[in-house]
Design a protein. Structure first.
Length: 239
């Protein structure tokens, strides 16, 4: 089903979106299809190009994020990588990426849907993000999809996108690595305490096999140790 540019509301210029994603479509009809939501189609029995592109984009996104995480976190277990991936490809994060691109300005919807009323907005934005990636894949291949997705991820602090419990227990993560790779446990030593009892600041060094790997500070010992472990992981290039 071909969607004519003349039928797009408000004379939306898709070139503005192409500029945002830094990709110029060879087949602009693919881009139009990707941004014409299911609600727009009157004939529900007709082949829905949007849904097909969404299906494809979902698979492409999963592969790109899996590859990204596999390389970024070389010491993570399969379970931890799976949790990270499920968070990054979640509806919440995809909708966030779509908002970053101001994607809602370019989506064609049926009269029964109004994004301004917030009903189903996250779902629609996430679906359109996937369909857009499906269109880019068909038009320009995996390389261009990967560049766009990685740029979206890297433009954020990845810690913001994921659950604290997955990655931010740096002590546990460091212990896993040292046990597996060095057959030892990290040792944390308080090097300094400053301030009054109710406003103390702790300085903790982390030692691995009698070698200094970093220091962390915090308002209590636990926080300082977590920060020390984080700096050790950075030094080891594990995060």
């Amino acid at each position: 089903m071909k969607v004519s540019r003349k039928r797009r509301p408000y004379n939306i210029k898709l070139t503005a979106l192409e500029t945002k994603i830094e990709y110029k479509f060879k087949n602009t009809e693919l881009l139009e299809r990707a941004l014409t939501h299911t609600s727009y189609f009157k004939q529900k029995s007709a082949i829905n190009h949007f849904q097909r592109l969404e299906f494809l984009g979902d698979s492409v996104l999963s592969l790109i994020v899996s590859d990204f995480l596999y390389k970024k976190f070389p010491f993570f277990s399969e379970g931890r990588l799976s949790k990270l991936k499920s968070t990054i490809i979640s509806q919440k994060v995809l909708a966030y990426f779509a908002k970053r691109l101001k994607l809602e300005k370019y989506i064609v919807l049926g009269k029964s849907v109004d994004l301004a009323k917030e009903r189903g907005k996250f779902s629609i934005l996430a679906d359109c993000m996937e369909s857009l990636l499906g269109a880019i894949y068909l038009d320009g291949g995996l390389k261009n999809c990967k560049r766009i997705v990685i740029n979206l991820i890297n433009n954020e602090n990845i810690d913001i996108l994921i659950d604290d419990s997955i990655i931010k227990n740096y002590k546990s993560f460091l212990q896993e690595i040292t046990q597996k790779k060095l057959n030892c446990l990290p040792n944390y030593k308080i090097s300094q305490e400053i301030g009054l009892d109710h406003q103390k600041k702790f300085f903790v060094n982390v030692i691995i096999k009698e070698k200094y790997y970093g220091q962390g500070t915090g308002k209590n010992k636990k926080e300082a140790e977590q920060n020390a472990a984080y700096n050790a992981l950075k030094k080891m290039k594990a995060i």
